[in-house]
Design a protein around this ligand. Structure first.
Ligand SMILES: *Cc1c(COP(=O)(O)O)cnc(C)c1O
Length: 393
């Protein structure tokens, strides 16, 4: 819910723009920190969820590490000031150039996704006379019960090394004198709300760490990835993820040895709720069966609905009614398909969305847009760059 003062402050701003509530971001980071610190867990922020400079600055200042999936993200993390010793680099397709750059920067760890990649990192590190720290990304074959486009931890996915290849992995590690085996890495998927998924992950992590330890290879780092989900349907009532329950699961179910560090890579849960995409209604069209609210933001600003039918709560913030008004105006609630201006039928933010009667010029908020929102923006249709408004109060 946006209070009248905030909505008022939007009136002179050109839409569409991403509105960032940095106060909520800080409250979320504080909650995450307070829940993880008692267990001595290390949390890295997954830059791919949001690489807005202001957001990254705040996250860095809270002392989080950085989880990167490209050379560009590694570079950005270091520019923002994340400590190289807190930067991890994952990704199925790291190029030689990306690996070389990361070696030059002495990042904490490469999360390695294939045996061939181990050999390549070893070779490139040898050329520099360096030793690269690696964690093996193991495909846990745990079903995240989430949309198939954001499931990553099944045998059929492209990510990670499958459990039956571990013997080859340990052979390769023994041969590669420019690699230092640091630990194991997992990531099951994203927007996970069923905590049982994380319990299953813990069971798998324990199996894999025993496998290595039984072969005389101490596992110093257990990196369990990210994936904690947020409540897209109740962005006001439930605006901070339940970090306590989440971390408690790993405390209870992981077999953590005294010399081990447990690492997390959270993206969505840290940033999703702190931003909304604010857009203006350009036109209202009344069809035979449908009404359309055509807004000035499109899939070029927020692609999740078009890409994987993701839900974002849609509110007409110019016509927020207090309780007495709602009673009188109930008849004026109308269903709209809220669509963007882009020349694609998938450019639709929501179908049959119940809104107060909506007029040209009204401001619409697409809530919970802070994760995988502006990072996926494109220039398709030659759209202008993303604009921002920040609230720090
Ligand atoms: C995307 C990703 C994350 C973050 O996932 P969230 O669901 O946003 O928490 C963490 N680790 C890796 C390897 C990733 O690819």
């Amino acid at each position: 819910m946006f209070n009248a003062q905030i909505v008022d402050s939007f009136k002179d701003k050109e839409t569409p723009f991403y509105y960032y509530d940095l106060k909520l971001l800080k409250n979320t980071l504080t909650a995450c920190k307070e829940a993880s610190l008692p267990h001595h867990f290390h949390v890295h922020f997954a830059l791919k969820a949001n690489f807005n400079n202001r957001v990254l600055q705040v996250i860095k200042d809270f002392g989080f590490g950085a989880d990167c999936v490209s050379g560009g993200e590694v570079k950005k993390a270091l520019e923002i000031g994340f400590d190289a010793k807190q930067v991890v680099f994952a990704g199925v397709g790291k190029s030689d150039r990306e690996i070389n750059d990361a070696l030059d920067k002495n990042i904490f760890c490469f999360n390695v996704e294939s045996i061939q990649e181990l050999e390549v990192i070893n070779e490139l590190a040898a050329k520099k006379g360096k030793k690269a720290s690696v964690a093996i990304r193991v495909n846990p074959n745990v079903d995240a019960h989430t949309h198939h486009y954001i499931t990553t931890g099944l045998d059929e996915n492209k990510f990670g090394i499958n459990a039956w290849e571990l013997a080859d992995v340990s052979e390769t590690l023994k041969k590669c004198s420019h690699l230092e085996f640091l630990g194991i890495h997992f990531h099951v998927g994203s927007q996970i709300t069923d905590m049982n998924v994380f319990k299953s992950l813990c069971v798998k992590v324990n199996e894999v760490q025993s496998w290595f330890e039984e072969r005389g290879m101490p596992v110093k780092v257990l990196n369990v990835g990210g994936g904690l989900g947020v409540d897209y349907h109740h962005p006001d009532e439930n605006n901070i993820a339940d970090f306590n329950s989440y971390f408690q699961i790993f405390k209870d179910f992981l077999e953590i040895k005294p010399y081990q560090e447990v690492h997390f890579e959270l993206g969505r849960a840290l940033v999703a709720q702190c931003s909304s995409l604010i857009t203006s209604v350009l036109y209202v069209k009344h069809g035979i069966k449908k009404n359309f609210a055509i807004v000035d933001a499109g899939m070029t600003e927020l692609m999740r609905p078009a890409l994987y039918q993701a839900y974002h709560k849609i509110e007409n913030i110019s016509r927020q009614l207090d309780n007495s008004e709602i009673k009188n105006q109930e008849s004026k609630i109308i269903n709209y398909d809220v669509v963007g201006p882009i020349c694609e039928s998938s450019d639709c933010f929501g179908k049959e969305v119940a809104l107060p009667e909506t007029k040209r010029g009204d401001l619409i908020a697409l809530r919970t847009a802070g994760a995988y929102g502006e990072v996926m923006a494109s220039a398709y249709n030659l759209r202008p760059d993303i604009r921002h408004v920040y609230n720090e109060l």
